[in-house]
Structures are given as C-alpha cells and as structure tokens.
Design a protein around this ligand. Structure first.
Ligand SMILES: [Mg+2]
Length: 180
C-alpha cells in the first residue's frame, strides 16, 4: 500500500515540484473553507484567505501560471480570482481532466508541469494524472490517498500559501526575498 504523503518540504514533494510550471486549483475546499453562507435575502457568501491570495501573487511574479478548474460556475471565485489576476478560470466543469488536457495542449505543457490541489471526489481523475497532486489537510480520504503532498493548514485557510512555499523552495527561491 502506498504510504500517505507527509506535510512539509519532503524530498519527494520537492523533486516533483521542480518541473512544475502551472498551479491549478479547485475552488470549494481549496480556495475556500468549503462553507457557503446565506443571508436572509439569499445572497451567497464564500470565504477566501488573504494568505493564499498573496501566495498566488508571489507565484505569478516568480513566473508560474495559476489557473482554476471548478465543478461549479462560481461567481464569488470569479470575482476573487479577477482581483488576483488569475485569468484562467474554468467554472461549471464536473469532468475536469479534459479541461486540463486542453489547457496543456494550448500551452505546449504536459502533466509533469502541473501541480493540482483538490479536496474531493471530482478532483480524483486530475490528481491521478498530474505530476504533483496536492491536497489540503482536511481533504476527503480519497484525495488524501492520491496526494503526493498534503498541507498542514485546511482549505481556504492558508493551504495554498504552503503549496506556494513548496513550489518556490523547489526553484531555490526564498519566500522572504520575494517582492510583494
Ligand atoms: Mg472542492
């Protein structure tokens, strides 16, 4: 049986991270904490982490692309990602792998260039295909089993920032030296 991935900067995760050029993220449970808040008028609110937002900016400035594939067409995520300058938002796709394959074909990249963070069943086909499958600490057991790297923090609460640290460290970059 495959050993469960350990959190932190493990040698296996750093080795897989060395080839990564694009970080692809799920929305609910990865960019958010999975909660959906409704007010009395039916307005739907989701919560994103500022730590993760700055991590995404740092990664983009270091030359990585950040992209999103979500099972839902997610107006809140669209707005947040627009603020962060993430142009590649694919919403409303329950079958995520064909979307990723199209993205890679357009960029001349292959699966070894992809880090993907997902937390639930819709993410499994992508996690089985990419070079560096990642999961937040509170992902479902099926996603944790496929992950080569697991964050210490839960989704929507700094898990992406930890992934950014791994990707930058694998490139030999020091997080503290990154221009904000
Ligand atoms: Mg999810």
């Amino acid at each position: 049986m495959r050993r469960r991935a350990r959190p932190g900067l493990t040698s296996r995760a750093l080795r897989l991270a060395r080839d990564v050029r694009i970080l692809v993220l799920d929305v609910d449970g990865v960019l958010t904490d999975n909660r959906v808040l409704y007010d009395a008028d039916g307005l739907v609110l989701k919560s994103f982490s500022v730590l993760d937002g700055l991590g995404i900016k740092l990664l983009q400035r270091a030359g990585f692309e950040v992209a999103v594939i979500s099972g839902l067409d997610n107006a809140q995520a669209r707005r947040r990602l627009n603020e962060l300058g993430v142009a590649e938002f694919n919403g409303g796709h329950r079958r995520k792998l064909p979307i990723l394959e199209d993205m890679l074909r357009a960029r001349g990249l292959d699966m070894s260039h992809v880090a993907y963070m997902g937390d639930d069943l819709l993410d499994l086909p992508v996690m089985a295909a990419v070079g560096l499958p990642m999961a937040p600490a509170d992902a479902q057991p099926e996603a944790l089993r496929l992950a080569a790297w697991i964050s210490r923090k839960p989704g929507g609460c700094g898990a992406i920032r930890e992934a950014v640290r791994l990707l930058l460290t694998a490139r030999g970059a020091d997080m503290a030296q990154q221009e904000v």
